[in-house]
Ligand binder design. Sequence first.
Ligand SMILES: [Zn+2]
Length: 217
Amino acid sequence: MDSLNRQISPAEALRRMQEGNQRFVEGRSEHAELDVKHIRAASGEGQRPIATVLGCSDSRAPLELILDQHIGDLFVIRVAGNVVRTATLGSIEYGVDALRTPLLVVMGHTHCGACTAVANGDELHGHIPELVAPIGDALRAVNSRLPGLSGDSLVAAVAEENVWQSIEDMLRHSAVVRGLVRQGSLKVKGAVYDIETGAVKWLGPHPRQNVIITDAD
Ligand SMILES: [Zn+2]
């Protein structure tokens, strides 16, 4: 079963997702054609997703819908703020290693509540401060690189920086992910979904990917 999804290159997986988002934006989604036959076909053969995708839990950012992918196409992890914590990392490792998806995408989104709360310095309660701690790192990076940002422009910059933060955190903390990237078996890319237009902005690989991998080893 693993050999089948190895037939899909990272570039082909990305192309399918890019085309899916294009269909979604243009109102041509194929999901409308989903029927019981598709569901039975997906359940009978085990799963062979083309990509592992980490996104935010935000109700406005359902990954299969915005990328117009069918049941069985995406191995999805959604957590508020698309942050990398232990449960996220274990799920990602299952997707890229056990299921052998050739592509891993971290998908942030505009107007993210978690990024907004951290950017505004809101008082947070319960388990949320621990959850969103990595977004604090992203905020500090934005403040040092682009001092003086505030309001919507600060939130937008934090949401994009937080995508890089999550990629950096998974590369630093997962020897499994690093090993697959180093072998050339896995590409890791960032993206930001615009909840107003429905369009995904594809960001490419982390600009310091090789440095992070070398430092972590
Ligand atoms: Zn969010």
